[in-house]
Design a protein around this ligand. Structure first.
Ligand SMILES: C[S@@+](CC[C@H](N)C(=O)[O-])C[C@H]1O[C@@H](n2cnc3c(N)ncnc32)[C@H](O)[C@@H]1O
Length: 209
C-alpha cells in the first residue's frame, strides 16, 4: 500500500458517513458539471473517494472510470453500485501521481477535492490534458487555503499533523494561483466560481478544439 493511501484507508469508513459540508454548493456543482456531459461522454474521475459523485453523474454519461489511491475508498464505492442499480461506472485503485491514460480518450475529467493533495498537481493536470479529447472539459473543485488568514496561522501545523498521521499531506495555494496553473497547462477557463467564502475554487477548463 503506498504511504499516501494509508491515511485515506484509515478514514474511508468515517468519510463515507460524513454529511456533505455545503449541500447547496454541492448540488450547484453537480448541475454545472452536467452542462459539460452528453449521453455519449466518456468520463474519468480521479480521487473519487467513496464514489457518491460518480454514481450521481452516471445516468448522464456513457461511462465513468473512477480511480482512487485508497483500496478502502474503492471497496466502499464498489459496494454502492448494485444498490444504486448503476452499471456504467468502473471503480479501481490507482494513484494519480504517475497515472497514465490513453491519449484523447475522455470527453470530461473530474478532479474533485484532490488537487491540493497531489505531490505534483502540474504533472497530474498535464496527464489530464493529454487524456482529454480536443474540446474536452476538466472539472475541478479544490480547497484553496493560501489566502485565508486562519490558514496562515495554522499552516505550520500541517506538516506536523501529517507526520503524526492525523492529516493527509496538504498543499496550500490560492484559487487564482490554481487558475493560472490550469491555464498554463493549456486549458481555457470556461467557468470560475469561489464558493465556501472563497475557500474553494470550482474551475472548469476546456482543452482547445
Ligand atoms: C478529500 S477526498 C475527496 C473525495 C471525493 N472526490 C469527494 O469530493 O468527496 C480525497 C480523495 O483523494 C484520494 N487521493 C489522495 N491522493 C491521491 C492520489 N495520489 N491518487 C488518487 N487518489 C488520491 C483519497 O484517497 C481520497 O479518497
Amino acid at each position: 500500500m503506498p504511504d499516501k493511501a494509508k491515511f485515506w484507508d484509515g478514514t474511508a469508513e468515517k468519510y463515507s458517513k460524513q454529511p456533505i459540508a455545503n449541500q447547496k454548493a454541492y448540488e450547484v456543482k453537480l448541475n454545472l458539471t452536467r452542462e459539460y456531459f452528453t449521453p455519449d461522454s466518456q468520463v474519468l474521475e480521479f480521487g473519487c473517494g467513496t464514489g457518491s459523485t460518480a454514481i450521481l453523474h452516471a445516468p448522464f454519461v456513457k461511462h465513468i472510470d473512477a480511480i482512487d489511491v485508497s483500496s478502502e475508498m474503492i471497496r466502499i464505492a464498489k459496494d454502492k453500485l448494485d444498490p444504486a442499480g448503476i452499471q456504467n461506472v468502473t471503480f479501481r485503485v490507482a494513484d494519480m501521481d504517475g497515472f497514465q491514460a490513453a491519449p484523447e480518450s475522455y470527453d470530461a475529467v473530474l478532479g474533485l477535492n484532490i488537487l491540493h493533495l497531489l505531490d505534483d498537481r502540474m504533472a497530474a493536470m498535464r496527464e489530464v490534458y493529454q487524456a482529454l479529447k480536443p474540446g474536452g472539459y476538466f472539472v475541478s473543485t479544490t480547497p484553496c487555503l493560501r489566502e485565508k488568514f486562519i490558514f496562515s496561522l495554522i499552516g505550520p501545523l500541517f506538516p506536523l499533523m501529517h507526520a503524526l498521521g492525523r492529516w493527509p499531506k496538504v498543499f496550500r495555494f490560492s484559487a487564482k494561483r490554481l487558475q493560472r496553473d490550469i491555464e498554463e497547462i493549456g486549458f481555457k477557463t470556461v467557468h470560475y466560481w469561489q464558493p465556501d467564502n472563497g475557500m474553494s475554487a470550482f474551475i472548469v477548463g476546456q482543452k482547445p478544439e
